[in-house]
Write a protein that binds this ligand. Structure first.
Ligand SMILES: [Cu+2]
Length: 128
């Protein structure tokens, strides 16, 4: 009985040490992650692109991954956003005054499906 408890006691400090080592590692990791994500979210931008006079204004925008784009339709007719290369639908039809928000993941050429001459471009700039 005594032997068993001695044995258990002699193992515990090793476990404890390993546990402390692991948890301080995890804490350090979490702390670093927090710093990284705080820096990232601090640097993120929100842009507004007006749809006005059958054009995207600005027509071209330099953005980073994670930036937010909001298109606002200031025209009196509906427009939408369609990615031009793969024809992916980005936004539904936006009526007058409606807006659509989108998080940037990559560079994108886009146009309005209803008025294909309306073109826009999101250019991803590399994060240093
Ligand atoms: Cu349109």
């Amino acid at each position: 009985m005594n032997d068993v408890s001695k044995h258990q006691i002699s193992i515990k400090p090793t476990h404890l040490k390993r546990l402390l080592c692991m948890s301080s590692g995890i804490l350090l990791y979490l702390a670093l992650q927090n710093v990284a994500s705080a820096e990232n979210s601090f640097n993120l931008n929100q842009y507004t692109i007006e749809i006005s006079g059958f054009a995207f204004v600005p027509k071209q925008l330099e953005v980073k991954t994670g930036d937010t784009i909001t298109w606002i339709n200031k025209d009196i007719v509906p427009h939408n956003i369609l990615e031009s290369i793969d024809q992916r639908i980005i936004s539904p039809e936006l009526g007058p005054g409606e807006r659509y928000t989108f998080v940037v993941k990559e560079s994108m050429l886009y146009h309005c499906e209803l008025h294909p001459l309306m073109k826009g471009k999101l250019l991803l700039t590399p994060v240093p």
